[in-house]
Write a protein that binds this ligand. Structure first.
Ligand code: R5P
Length: 285
């Protein structure tokens, strides 16, 4: 077995290969003069783990080409971050179910698919091959534990992320809750922990994705207003559009932590061990 990756997941793929003690396939990437992608793989094995985060449209095309180039091997596809997964419903007539379109394209040519904290696991049903989702909530919890925060409060920005917050909090036996929105007036919304009090506490807001950072910026402003001592933000997928990272730091967030499902300078948590474990245990959920 060997591991191969797109350019977008090369650090994570190296970590997974090391954790599995298997070789990494060298890949030559380039572009044609018109911008089309080209790639050529080194020697493959009978079985291949393909790792490629879909961070944008180019990453999607490169991953499709890589899957095709590996078609003589038995391929297990790992999609650490899957863009388009948030469009998982047809909200308006005439819209695509984008998550389904991407899943259909990526699922053909591989034997199975593993995602990491996909926005909504219902997306897995759109792959034409067995697909499962793994969570790195506990790895984020372990990172926070090393920070030695005193009695932190782990907060999900909404009830949809509560299970994720619970997974993070379980590592230290910390309290967890979610932020509830209450409409005060036509243009005023209050966000506060549903049951617990943030005053004088280190609060860590945890979410699957930070994109524009809008959700976390609003939440942290409210929490400081409620006398939180300090606010941290941690997520799996640091998308960070529109200068989100800098925006959050400028809004007094002590630190912004993400994983290497999208490779960033602030990727302090690695999904590699969970992915390697999943690859060794094909039937594990
Ligand atoms: C939404 O349901 C997701 O879980 C995140 O809360 C959302 O994608 C964050 O987006 P933003 O950073 O743009 O507020």
């Amino acid at each position: 077995m060997k591991v191969i990756s797109t350019e977008h997941s090369q650090v994570l793929a190296t970590r997974v290969a090391r954790a599995l003690d298997v070789k990494l396939v060298d890949v030559k990437y380039s572009r044609f003069p018109d911008g089309e992608h080209y790639l050529q793989t080194g020697e493959l094995d009978d079985e291949t783990i393909i790792i490629g985060s879909v961070t944008d449209n180019d990453a999607l095309v490169q991953l499709l080409l890589l899957i095709d180039a590996c078609s003589e091997s038995r391929c297990h596809l790992v999609i650490p971050y899957m863009a388009y997964a948030r469009q998982d419903k047809q909200f308006k007539k005439g819209e695509p179910l984008s998550a389904r379109a991407v899943a259909r394209a990526l699922g053909s040519g591989v034997c199975d698919v593993t995602t990491v904290n996909i926005h909504d696991p219902t997306v897995l049903q759109h792959f034409s091959v067995p697909a499962r989702n793994i969570s790195i909530a506990k790895d984020i919890g372990s990172y926070l534990q090393a920070l030695d925060l005193k009695n932190p409060l782990i907060l999900a920005p909404d009830d949809g992320a509560l299970k994720f917050a619970e997974g993070v909090a379980s590592v230290g036996g910390w309290e967890f809750d979610y932020l509830e929105k209450t409409r005060i007036s036509g243009n005023e919304v209050l966000m506060a922990p549903k049951q617990l009090c943030a005053a004088s506490r280190s609060v860590v807001i945890v979410d699957d994705i930070i994109s524009t950072g809008g959700t976390i910026a609003t939440a942290s402003g409210m929490l400081y207003h409620q006398d939180a001592q300090e606010v941290f933000a941690a997520c799996v997928h640091g998308v960070f559009t529109e200068g989100a990272y800098g925006k959050l730091i400028s809004k007094r967030i002590r630190d912004v932590i993400c994983s290497d499902t999208i490779e960033r300078a602030c990727s302090r948590v690695s999904a590699a061990d969970r992915i390697a474990h999943a690859m060794k245990n094909p039937r594990a959920p």
